[in-house]
Each structure stands twice: as structure tokens, then as C-alpha cells.
Design a protein around this ligand. Structure first.
Ligand code: GTP
Ligand code: PEP
Length: 223
């Protein structure tokens, strides 16, 4: 006798992670007194993001889009693939290029853009967000500040159509993407742009690369 459970096709995802050249990254963290150098911090965030993403059971691969030579080597060493930015394109062109590269390698790939600044990312929380996203052609997760986006997903044969930057939550919603009805995934939403974000990520628990850089007291954003 057959099971009464509905048949659910498992979806595995190729994640596309954009990363600016490290010397230009994380400019809004510049106010942290006595903090680690910003390029080192940006690399550690990306290393922790990629490590957690590759440990997620529903992630089949990670493609980092970056022009940074140091980050390219370090993230490939973790098991990510890398592609350079298309010339002169900016963030959304980089993401579209990464999604194209993923689908050139696997035409049936489900793809998702994930920010590189999620140092507290937990594989189990990412899995819950992605499993929820499997129910929508295109979907997104707003960032902790509720105005931006940390994750944008597209099922096979659906264009990713990224519209990141600034007030991207409203832009992604207006584009027809579903806002993911998932709660309890703070680590997927906690991007780090400001000293206050860094303290919030630290409270959630950051990965090993970022923790090593932050060894010692966390800078107090109110100081
Ligand atoms: N490949 C690529 N990634 C980008 C580009 N612009 C931004 N990113 C990445 O996109 C994500 C969000 O970027 P932003 O918030 O604009 O930049 P940021 O370096 O995180 O922070 P700020 O310098 O403080 O604005 C981060 O993972 C960035 O590294 C780009 O032109 N190319
Ligand atoms: C680019 C974005 O992120 P950030 O908050 O890092 O600017 C965004 O949220 O669309």
C-alpha cells in the first residue's frame, strides 16, 4: 500500500556568493576602534559564510563571484568554485553572471544568491530557509534590519533576476518574489554592515575564521 505522504521532490541548490575586492569591502565597519583590518574581516566573513554554506545538506555547490585574488585562493581552498566579475557590472551583474555560470555547468540547477557577510551562518538554518524556498519559483529572505536581502532563490529554469543593494527587500517583493514564510533563521538574516551588526552576529555566535580575528572583547558599538 502506498504512503499517504505527498510526493515532495527534493531540491538541492547552487549558491552564488558575491564578494567585492577586499580592499574596498566593508567600508561601513570603519568606525570600529582597534578592530581588525577591514580586508581581513571581510575575508573571514566570507570564509565563515562559505564554510557554513558548503556544510548545508541541501547545497550542492558554492560559486563565489569575485575579482579578489586572495579571496579567490582562500575560498577555493574551502571547496568553493570561483568566477571573476563581468567587467564594470557591479553587484547584480556579478550575481547574474554567477547564476549563468552555475547553469552552464548544470542546466537544471536551482540557484540562490547569498551575501558573503553572514559570519554567524548556521547550516541547519540555511537548510530550513532553502527547503521553504523550494515551494516558490522565486523567493527571498529580508536581512535582520528588515530593509535589505540576504538570500534570493530561483527554482530550475526560473531567472534569478537579482535586485540587491540598499532597499532591496521592497524591490524583491515588487519583482514578484515571495518573501519566505520562515521564522527562527536569524543566522541567515544577520548580515554585517555596521559595528552594531557585528555585535549582533557575535551574540549569535560567529564561525571560526571571524572568531579568531575577534579574539578578545567585541568592540562596543556605543563607545
Ligand atoms: N562580486 C561582487 N560583489 C559585490 C559587489 N558589490 C558588492 N558586492 C558584495 O555584495 C554583498 C553586499 O555588498 P555591499 O553591502 O554593497 O558592500 P559591503 O562590502 O558588504 O559593505 P560596504 O562597503 O560597507 O557597503 C557583499 O557580499 C559584497 O562583498 C560587486 O561589484 N561585485
Ligand atoms: C546589498 C545588500 O546588502 P547590504 O545590506 O550588505 O548593503 C542588500 O541588502 O540588498
Amino acid at each position: 500500500m502506498g504512503s499517504m505522504k505527498p510526493h515532495v521532490t527534493p531540491v538541492t541548490w547552487t549558491l552564488v556568493v558575491p564578494l567585492k575586492p577586499l580592499p574596498r569591502a566593508k567600508s561601513r565597519l570603519a568606525g570600529v576602534p582597534d578592530g581588525p583590518a577591514l580586508p581581513a574581516l571581510a575575508l573571514a566573513f566570507a570564509q565563515d559564510t562559505v564554510t557554513a554554506a558548503l556544510a548545508c545538506r541541501v547545497v550542492s555547490g558554492v560559486v563565489v563571484v569575485t575579482d579578489d585574488p586572495l579571496a579567490t585562493g582562500e575560498l577555493r581552498a574551502l571547496g568553493a568554485g570561483t568566477v571573476p566579475d563581468p567587467p564594470g557590472g557591479g553587484l547584480n551583474a556579478a550575481l547574474a553572471h554567477g547564476a549563468s555560470a552555475a547553469r552552464a555547468a548544470d542546466p537544471g540547477a536551482a540557484v540562490a544568491a547569498l551575501n558573503a557577510d553572514l559570519p554567524a551562518l548556521r547550516p541547519a538554518e540555511l537548510e530550513r530557509a532553502l527547503n521553504t524556498a523550494a515551494g516558490f519559483p522565486r523567493a527571498f529572505l529580508p536581512d535582520a534590519a528588515e530593509i535589505g536581502t540576504t538570500l534570493l532563490t530561483a527554482l530550475p529554469r526560473t531567472p534569478l533576476s537579482p535586485a540587491f543593494g540598499g532597499l532591496s527587500r521592497a524591490r524583491h517583493r515588487a519583482s514578484g518574489a515571495a518573501e519566505l514564510p520562515v521564522t527562527g533563521v536569524p543566522s541567515v538574516r544577520q548580515d554585517v554592515d555596521t559595528p552594531a551588526d557585528l555585535a549582533a552576529a557575535h551574540a549569535l555566535g560567529v564561525g571560526g575564521f571571524t572568531a579568531a580575528l575577534l579574539a578578545g572583547p567585541v568592540p562596543d558599538p556605543g563607545r
